[in-house]
Write a protein that binds this ligand. Sequence first.
Ligand SMILES: NC(=O)c1ccc[n+]([C@@H]2O[C@H](COP(=O)([O-])OP(=O)(O)OC[C@H]3O[C@@H](n4cnc5c(N)ncnc54)[C@H](O)[C@@H]3O)[C@@H](O)[C@H]2O)c1
Length: 318
Amino acid sequence: MSKPIFETAALVGTGVIGRSWARVFVRGGCRVRLYDPDPGQARRALHWFHEDVALDVREGFVTRADEALWRDRVTVHDDMRDALKGAGYVQESGPERLDLKRAIYEAMDRTAEPGAILASSTSALDVNEFAGAVPGAWRCITAHPVNPPHIVPLVEIQSSAATKPEVQEKTIAFLTHCGQKPVVLKRYINGFLLNRIQAAVVREAFHLAESGVADAEAIDSAIKDGLALRWAFIGNFGTNHLNAPKGIAQYFARFADAYRSMIGDLRNEPPAFDKDTLGRIAREIGMGESEEEVKRLSQWRDRMILRLKALKKDHPRP
Ligand SMILES: NC(=O)c1ccc[n+]([C@@H]2O[C@H](COP(=O)([O-])OP(=O)(O)OC[C@H]3O[C@@H](n4cnc5c(N)ncnc54)[C@H](O)[C@@H]3O)[C@@H](O)[C@H]2O)c1
């Protein structure tokens, strides 16, 4: 692999998302410095890192040579200033609260290297709101990953009004080098792209389950044995395009009325997400709710996604 644009990356906040970013950046050839105000958390993240890499070695997704190379590349630092030393790129993955993000950005801007990029994992907050007022607003940007980032490559990029264009360009180049797939939002919208699309699906999946049209396993089957098999390769618009011999214009000439009617039918109010419905859904999809079961199935999911990614890489769109 060629040298990364930044030799050292730092992580501020090392929970579920931060620890997975560590794998992304070592994969890209960086040294990674971990900081969390809860030092026990940063150590647990490092422990998870080694355990997860070892699992991937056993399953053949990571070579022993890479495991050895990465062994000393991730370090824990109890002080933010120390963690950010020498880091050209900082990925913030603290709690999803505007007041905390603002405070973290003020601290990072005070302590980071003068030219370092300060990227946030925020799922829904506007970078203009939490980083628009710091003196170094020009170097602040959102790079919103999908959980877990070292498995799922999409990263949603949002610049603020103050972000310098070269900060966005370098962020995209760096993340691409590390194996991610950055996409750019031209303006802020609550939930960005992925979570808005997901919200539309969640709304209708709950509506179908609650109104007794089908059980939850049948509804999930419509996605995993139907829609998602095509989505993984050609997305939504690509699916529309290939569903008629002359492409998307012909498809909607045929089906626009049907879509208008179904879209008109969609329920407007959000689901209640009540305990009884959620318990019934978990039973119907046959997934246990214990932590061990969720961990076991998540590990299987991750390895399946790695296989799918390899298939996509080996067979690019003709
Ligand atoms: N979990 C997801 O599916 C997901 C997906 C994409 C993005 N995100 C975003 O990533 C960010 C982190 O989410 P998570 O799921 O990893 O949460 P988490 O609760 O697992 O981790 C948050 C970490 O932030 C640390 N923290 C607390 N106060 C802090 C501070 N002042 N400065 C720095 N760190 C602090 C906590 O100790 C904890 O380790 C959030 O902005 C979230 O919206 C989450």
